[in-house]
Design a protein around this ligand. Sequence first.
Ligand code: AHM
Ligand code: MG
Length: 332
Amino acid sequence: KGEKMALPVGITLDRFIKRNQGAFQFASGELSQLLRDIALAGKIINREVNKAGLVDITGALGTSNVQGENQQKLDVIADIRFIRALKNGGEVCAIITEEEDEIIYTGNDDAKYVVAIDPLDGSSNIDVNVSIGTIFSVYSRVTPRGTKATMEDFLQGGRKQVAAGYILYGSSTILVYTTGAGVNAFTYENSLGEFFLSHRNVKSPEDGAIYSVNEGNFDDFYDYTQRYILNCRKRRMSSRYIGSLVGDFHRNLLKGGIYLYPPTPHYPQGKLRLLYECYPMAFIAEQAGAKAIDCESDILDVKPVSFHQRNSIYIGAPKMIEELEQYFKERG
Ligand code: AHM
Ligand code: MG
């Protein structure tokens, strides 16, 4: 049933969504349309990313985003493109993005959904031709349709997501999403301008041999995290870290691995943003049989209090996360 039904090879994302519409919470077609709008934004951003070296759109714009980080031009472009696609699509009443402080109203107050996005994650990699990605998370609003969306619509908690996904602009562009009925991945075919189903019902390996962490911060980690990493080294696991969550997560999901962003003095709550980085990745992870935790609970159970709140995250193959949990338990 749902997204697990047998499908022919070569199916496009549009057709896949249409065939699975009945499996969605409410089969009104609104979520289907929203996913298509996100895919369209992804295609546009893919085009911008691909031509980034040709025209003068990379490099710092000279402004900084609400979190004081260096905002790259391509981040701004992706932000604008995404918002525009969701506004035109009509299924979203409000958006929050990593790039902006306040709620963005689309003008479609009748629409049912709100979306939290990181339009272009991995900002340090934009200028140097390394993989970057888009991350998105969708909720059904709790406020009545026809009214203005509020904070409450966005602060429902990770378990209330109705869809989540990412688009990785890598050696190829791939869109991976879940609506709570498994995870499917669609690879972009440039010449046809279509995403095709390439990885059906993605499942994380039970265990893995890759660990992804910024080891430059090693001395800042708590001793139990350090002990876990030392054990990874002792077992001669592969250390792989791009510095783009989407790329690191995607590789680990397919090959078996763990991604860690622990708290540091610079980022006492961890660096990644709960609403549009941790929650969506955790939803996908759980749907693929992987796990996502901080040192207290499952990521999806972390209570949201503000739009841009940060959270530490450990995400990956279930056995690796369970082993890490043993180290957490040993902490004083
Ligand atoms: P960004 O939203 O500014 O791009 O930061 C998020 C990124 C993640 O994609 C990545 O995993 C992490 O930050 C890398 O951080 P660091 O450079 O501290 O290792
Ligand atoms: Mg980000």
